[in-house]
Design a binder for this molecule. Structure first.
Ligand code: ADP
Length: 457
């Protein structure tokens, strides 16, 4: 401001001086006054010119076209320049922030759809596009209601009550492969909404399995309990002779044993699921294991057959002189389960063969083959499901819980092994557990040591 005033005074002073100097025909005072007036006008024109230049620069926005001098216009242009620069920086920062937000939404494992106050799509991420089948080119600014046609979604969207999420069928849902989506609307800003979507297929399946499991366990326990309660009532109300009493007590003991076996199998399963997989700290000798399995098998066969000529022909062949890295009682339980099943599902007089052998690729195979009932192909994929039985009454009559093969599968998986099931209805079955070479090593000093080592390379 000072400089502006200073320049004005200088212009007038200079004009006055020149007027006074040149005022020969008129008195010097009048010449000076005229000179001062002309000096003021020159100053005004110069100032106007600079103001115009400044305005032009503001309009065009080019700093290079203006000569930014000092004084008021110089300061004004410097300040405007600084302001513009800081605004540009702020815009760049905001754009970067927006980019980062959008990148974060893109990276989200959930689908995100942003809707304006009219319900039109403003933006969506790739996951939402997958969930709803949206196309970024085609579907921006479209009404969400026109694109998501599920009736459940339509009534959820129009209800304006978004406290809870909605579970709806996914776009790729088929009866064979159900896909479930959880969608939840969250209002924000002025009438805008954010739609979050999540694939909950696995969760829904797990929940359904949990419900089925509880229903199955309740059913399995209720049946023997009902029978037990009936016997107790009979013993309490009827005057029975000693022989009948003993008979009822024996039947009650059988039902109690069924419940015990079931609870024990359930505990085994939960232990298998809850404990870490076995490492290679413990090594289990396969020939010793086979001896125990043989003893148990022969005892079970004898217990199930009513006369000696109804015994199964049992054959045990142990060609594998190795140790397996794992947990002894788990391996014993899995292998004995397969032998017990072969005995239980093979009619009296049938043949059962239990083998351990080294496969050409160096893996070890434990296999149980029988000439029993066999299993129709449609049942094979479901055999290892808990409580799945091909013939429930035969399973229960022979003391089965429906959990045996589920346990075998778990044990095999924990030991890095594979459970293989081959069966022909009416002819028999072969159940095998195949152990990887990484879990085997030869028993020191055993006959097949060299063979195994050479196969292991
Ligand atoms: P369970 O206690 O009923 O035997 P498992 O899980 O051991 O339960 O077996 C599941 C079903 O698989 C059995 O109910 C039976 O129908 C069938 N199964 C298992 N092993 C054999 C076999 N060796 N021969 C024929 N069917 C078998």
């Amino acid at each position: 401001m000072f400089w502006r005033f200073f320049l004005f005074v200088v212009c007038q002073f200079a004009g006055g001086l020149i007027g006074w100097y040149l005022a020969l025909p008129v008195p010097a005072g009048i010449g000076a006054l005229v000179g001062m007036g002309l000096g003021g006008i020159s100053w005004f024109l110069l100032d106007l010119y600079r103001a115009k230049q400044f305005l032009r620069w503001l309009r065009i926005g080019e700093t290079s076209t203006v000569c930014v001098c000092n004084g008021l216009w110089g300061e004004a242009s410097a300040r405007v320049k600084r302001l513009v620069r800081s605004r540009e920086q702020m815009t760049r920062d905001s754009q970067q922030q927006l980019k980062d937000f959008l990148a974060a939404f893109q990276a989200s494992p959930n689908g995100v759809v942003l809707l304006d106050s009219q319900g039109q799509i403003e933006w969506f991420n790739q996951m939402a596009a997958t969930h709803f089948g949206f196309d970024a080119q085609r579907d921006m600014r479209q009404q969400i209601g026109n694109l998501v046609r599920d009736p459940g979604f339509a009534s959820y969207f129009s209800s304006h009550d978004y406290r809870r999420e909605l579970i709806m069928r996914g776009r790729e849902n088929t009866p064979a492969r159900p896909v479930k989506l959880s969608v939840h609307l969250h209002p924000y800003g002025e009438g805008k909404q954010m739609l979050l979507t999540r694939d909950v297929t696995a969760m829904e399946q797990a929940e359904a399995m949990r419900r089925d499991f509880i229903a199955n366990v309740s059913h399995e326990i209720r049946t023997p309990l009902t029978v037990l309660a009936g016997f107790v009532e009979t013993l309490q109300t009827l005057p029975l002779d000693e022989q009948d009493r003993q008979r009822y007590l024996a039947l009650m003991a059988l039902q109690a044993e069924r419940i015990q076996t079931l609870v024990s199998d359930l505990l085994t399963l939960s232990r298998l699921e809850g404990s870490p997989p076995p490492g290679d700290a413990n090594w289990v000798c396969v020939p010793t294991l086979m001896c125990e399995i043989e003893q148990e098998g022969r005892a079970l066969s004898a217990a199930l057959s009513t006369s000696p000529d109804q015994l199964h022909t049992l054959e045990f062949e142990s060609l594998l002189t190795v140790e397996i890295a794992g947990i002894r009682h788990e391996l014993l339980s899995a292998m004995s389960n397969l032998v017990a099943n072969a005995i239980r599902y093979t009619p009296p007089g049938g043949h059962i063969s239990v083998r351990t052998l080294l496969m050409p690729d160096g893996r070890a195979k434990f296999s149980v083959s029988d000439t029993g009932l066999g299993i129709a192909p449609e049942h094979l994929p479901r055999l290892t499901e808990r409580f799945y039985r091909v013939d429930p009454s035969r399973s229960r009559d022979t003391g089965g819980t429906g959990l045996g093969l589920a346990i075998v599968k778990h044990v095999a998986q924990r030991h890095g092994a594979e459970l293989k099931i081959e069966s022909t209805l009416g002819k028999g079955s072969v159940f095998s557990i195949i152990f990887p070479t990484s879990r085997l090593h030869p028993i020191p000093g055993a006959a097949h040591e060299g063979h195994l080592l050479s196969l292991n390379g």
